[in-house]
Design a protein around this ligand. Structure first.
Ligand code: HEM
Length: 151
């Protein structure tokens, strides 16, 4: 029972530390009005992303650990669906989000001698944020499944 309780605690702390910053990643960069502000906003975003990666990994490991300690979960639909959704969301990072954030990083690094945010930035950002919102919806779905355990 001790290890089960320990893993639940780790799971909840990881959810707060990992998912909390994840949900505000878009919000952080939307108020920048100059290129310097935008660069700084992306710096903060990158630092917060470490929390998302560490928290996300701990969520998966502690969630699997809870399943090992209580194997009945492996036949519960809420658990299996959450696991599949989580793995899809995990793969989203390198496969979908990373290629769409690369042009933004290049644009921020290569635009010199101006404080005006290039129009092209908004085009790239719109595409990236669209997929980030899908990612957020997946995480909200998982939280609902975790808390309600409806089936
Ligand atoms: C976005 C990712 C996740 C979030 C935010 C999250 C959040 C939560 C929360 C808030 C609870 C407590 C619910 C309650 O007891 O009322 C919980 C429980 C649980 N989670 Fe997750 N979770 C996530 C991913 C996962 C994954 C991927 C697994 C499986 C590999 C998992 C396995 C479990 C299990 C087994 C419990 C039940 C603990 C218990 O009630 O004793 N979770 N989760």
């Amino acid at each position: 029972m001790f290890w089960y309780k320990f893993l639940v605690l780790l799971h909840i702390l990881s959810a707060i530390l990992g998912m909390g910053p994840g949900f505000i990643m878009i919000y952080i960069v939307t108020k920048a009005t100059t290129l310097t502000e935008l660069r700084h906003a992306y710096l903060i975003r990158n630092r917060l992303h470490v929390f998302v990666m560490v928290g996300g990994t701990l969520l998966l490991l502690s969630g699997l650990g809870l399943g090992v300690l209580n194997p009945i979960y492996f036949s519960a639909k809420w658990y299996i669906i959450s696991l599949i959704l989580f793995l899809i969301a995990f793969a989203f990072g390198p496969l979908v989000l990373s290629p769409r954030s690369k042009p933004i990083k290049e644009l921020l690094n290569n635009t010199m001698n101006t404080e005006t945010i290039p129009e092209q930035y908004y085009v790239f950002a719109r595409k990236l944020f669209f997929y980030e919102r899908i990612e957020n919806l997946i995480f909200i779905t998982i939280i609902v499944l975790m808390v309600l355990k409806p089936f």
